[in-house]
Design a protein around this ligand. Structure first.
Ligand SMILES: [Zn+2]
Ligand SMILES: [Zn+2]
Length: 427
């Protein structure tokens, strides 16, 4: 008896991706790999879990991601580990551990885990694509990384999205700006939402990107960091803007854009789809994190990167009607009513020749095998019945109006299917 107590459901907030939807994932991953490898980024894989300190130090205890949403657990050896909530800190940890030569340009594709209330467009396990570049402090690298993300979205056919950028300064100018901002917020304390009124002194930046009404109005009038940058940060940001202008990458300056992780410095950016609802329209973002390598125990090393959510990108693609990927059809499906060994040999021969082929199993009836052939979407059905078996031939029949049925000797089947599959499919 089947054990009915086993819950045959994916855990809440997670989802399965099955064929043919998965063909879009394949297409997206392939396009991303080609796009970023063209710019010199190499694939890196790091573990799905890390010592929890990698995230506590890098992202910061005060962030929602670490404070409220992280999947933390103790393993059987008593170590406190966490499933990665984002992509950057583990990549930087890997660089600190192995010290590959600088500049180090790497990309990743990974699941990310956050214990959030499941809702449309938010998952407890979602999937991210991203790049990290360590070494250069050069503003041209910021331009490259932002333009790379922008170009990727456009290469998918997306156009209904906007880019917001800001500078978060550095250790030189941030303390004075935070004092200024705190003083401004204290004056208007009664207008802030409950959460940010209480956390004002601990993290004044958080009120700036709060979407609740009170905070929003206060944030609109708040002093912008870009007006209070030190000379080095101001020069850097001016070069980033000039570079984006030169590359034709459109952006909007938004002084409320202060991404919630402690590690960000200087340039921060976020892409939002205008085809999605505004609460969940973020399709990607990132920024410079010049202090993160040191936070994780390495030598002072600048860095910048971006991450983007696969599920969100696909939602945006749906909303814009782009990246519709049709699975490639099989070249041939073998129907064998003589016991199955002919189907076994033919499919192997076709696959060895680089053609795609499938077959039915379990010696089903001719009718059942033809139904399976239809379902497979193959271009040609190859039929081996008693007549064909007796004469050493195979009958080829088009499944979708590509010419007439004909009979060829077994030895010529591979060539016949190849010739047929090279021909353009009928409209
Ligand atoms: Zn608020
Ligand atoms: Zn500065």
């Amino acid at each position: 008896m089947a054990d009915k107590s086993v819950a045959a459901r994916a855990p809440g907030g997670t989802h399965d991706v099955l064929w043919p939807e998965s063909t879009r994932w394949e297409a997206l991953l392939t396009r991303f790999a080609v796009h970023v490898e063209r710019a010199g980024y190499g694939l890196a894989h790091t573990p799905i879990f890390e010592d929890v300190k990698v995230f506590r130090r890098g992202i910061g205890e005060g962030s929602d991601v670490v404070g409220k949403e992280m999947y933390e657990f103790e393993d059987r050896g008593g170590r406190t580990l966490a499933l990665r909530p984002e992509g950057t800190a583990p990549m930087v940890r890997a660089w600190v551990q192995h010290r590959p030569a600088l500049p180090w340009k790497a990309w990743y594709a990974t699941p990310a885990f956050r214990y959030e209330r499941p809702q449309a467009g938010r998952y407890r396990q979602h999937h991210q694509l991203g790049v990290e570049a360590l070494g250069p402090a050069d503003a041209d690298l910021d331009v490259e990384v932002v333009a790379l993300a922008d170009g990727f979205f456009r290469s998918l056919g997306l156009s209904a999205f906007g880019l917001r950028i800001n500078s978060m300064g550095d250790d030189t100018c941030r303390p004075a700006y935070l004092d200024l901002l705190t003083a401004y917020l204290v004056d208007r304390r009664h207008e802030l939402c409950d959460e940010h009124r209480e956390r004002l002194e601990a993290n004044p930046l958080r009120a700036l990107d709060c979407k609740r009404n009170g905070c929003r109005e206060v944030a609109d009038g708040a002093p912008g960091f870009v007006d209070h940058l030190c000379d080095e940060c101001a020069t850097h940001f001016a070069r980033v803007r000039k570079g984006l202008d030169a590359m034709g990458v459109a952006y909007e300056l938004d002084h409320r854009l202060v991404r919630g992780f402690d590690y960000y410095t200087r340039t921060t950016f976020e892409f939002g789809s205008t085809a999605l609802e505004s609460a969940q329209n973020g399709i990607g973002g990132g920024g410079r994190y010049d202090g993160l390598v040191e936070m994780l125990g390495g030598p002072a090393t600048p860095g910048i990167g971006f991450g983007m959510g696969i599920e969100r990108i696909l939602l945006a693609c749906d909303a814009e009607g782009v990246l519709t990927v049709d699975p490639a059809p099989l070249d041939a499906f073998v129907v064998d009513t003589t016991g199955g060994s002919a189907a076994r040999d033919l499919t192997f021969a076709l696959r060895a020749a680089g053609l795609s082929a499938d077959r039915a199993f379990d010696d089903r009836s001719m009718k059942a095998q033809f139904r399976a052939a239809d379902r497979s979407g193959a271009r040609w059905v190859l039929i081996v019945g008693p007549d064909e078996a007796a004469s050493g031939t195979v009958s080829l029949r088009p499944l979708r109006g590509e010419g007439d049925q004909r009979t060829v000797p077994v030895a010529e089947v591979v060539d016949a299917v190849r010739r047929a599959s090279d021909a353009p499919p009928a409209p």
